[in-house]
Design a protein. Structure first.
Length: 149
């Protein structure tokens, strides 16, 4: 199973029954599930753009700036995440067979990386944030009915 498929499975399992308010809750100062989902979706797009040898466009920069802002419903946040994962898997597969040592550049400062390094970072970064999603969802669920969220 693809690492991104596992990420989507974890999000469905832990977030499927959260309400809209629970998705944006920040219990004990944790980043919200909604933020994490927006960040994962945007990061997949940004990191894969670099892996493909591209640079970020204005739309991607605007999405980055808006990740902290809750503006979508629970259903929309989950759909955006699922779409990003599905597109991400297609984009990763399109890079198969290329030279993993091929040089890539990241960000405005054009930090050096490689195709392989970026693909590893896609998996690592997604897994780290999905872990945060699961943790926050567990805390939110534990606070149901107690007024803690």
């Amino acid at each position: 199973m693809h690492a991104l498929e596992l990420a989507a499975e974890d999000v469905r399992n832990w977030c499927g029954d959260l309400t809209g308010a629970e998705m944006e809750a920040q219990p004990v100062g944790l980043p919200s599930v909604g933020f994490q989902l927006r960040h994962i979706a945007g990061s997949l797009d940004r990191l894969l753009t670099y892996a493909e040898g591209g640079e970020l466009d204005e739309e991607q920069m605007a999405a980055l700036a808006g990740e902290l802002t809750a503006g979508t419903s629970r259903k929309e946040a989950l759909a955006e995440f699922e779409k990003a994962v599905a597109e991400g898997m297609l984009r990763v597969r399109s890079l198969c067979g290329l030279d993993l040592e091929e040089r890539r550049w990241v960000g405005r400062r054009r930090l050096p990386s490689s195709l392989g390094g970026l693909l590893v970072h896609v998996a690592e970064h997604t897994a780290r944030h999905v872990g945060q999603v699961v943790t926050t969802a567990q805390v939110v669920r534990a606070g149901r009915g107690t007024g803690v969220s």
